[in-house]
Design a protein. Sequence first.
Length: 235
Amino acid sequence: MTTDWQQTIAQALSSTSDADSLLATAADAARSLGYEFFAYGIRMPLPLSRPQTLMISNYPKQWQQRYAEQSYMQVDPTVAHALRSTAPLQWSEDLFASAHHFWEDAQGHGLHAGWAQATVSPNGAIGMLTLARSSDAISEQELEAKGLQMHWLVSAVHEHGARVFAPQLPQLPQLTERECDVLRWTADGKTSSEIGDILGVSERTVNFHINNCMDKLGAVNKTACTIKAAMLRLI
């Protein structure tokens, strides 16, 4: 049963070409698991100060508008959790203790039970899938029966979400193997002269590679360049 369900959803997701078709397909998958609502968001790792985030959901329109108007993403504990962990998360009073007003507002818009999990792409993009409904708490028995399907859906939606949203997301630069080597040693605190000795090249050559990396990553110095490369999992 699970294999057939996964194959059906996977085929449907592979044919999605835009955000609307992705939402429709994923929402159908959520309903098949017993959840009225589905939400998916993807956040790029850069820029650090204001990382780009894109979201789709079939939440009630009034709640979507309210969430945006109140900047609830800044206080949403599920988002905070997703940024630091890929462990699954179940909605609870304890979870929303630090954002009680937000939790009351969500319940007032018909969102009473939910489950969320994040996943991370090789380039550092974080995707979070949320399944929610207006009634019936999520029991341990339900999680045991549907847990594998829910975990699988997280990865499947993120894979195709990253593809669908790719035109709207910044394109990652391509670093050469030698450029990556130089940045790795830079991250370890080595000077250009020391890196040259390690790699058997001149200090000038090392600086040449560092400058190329800075240009590709739009960094103002080699420290920022190394941080960006690490955030993007290029090194």
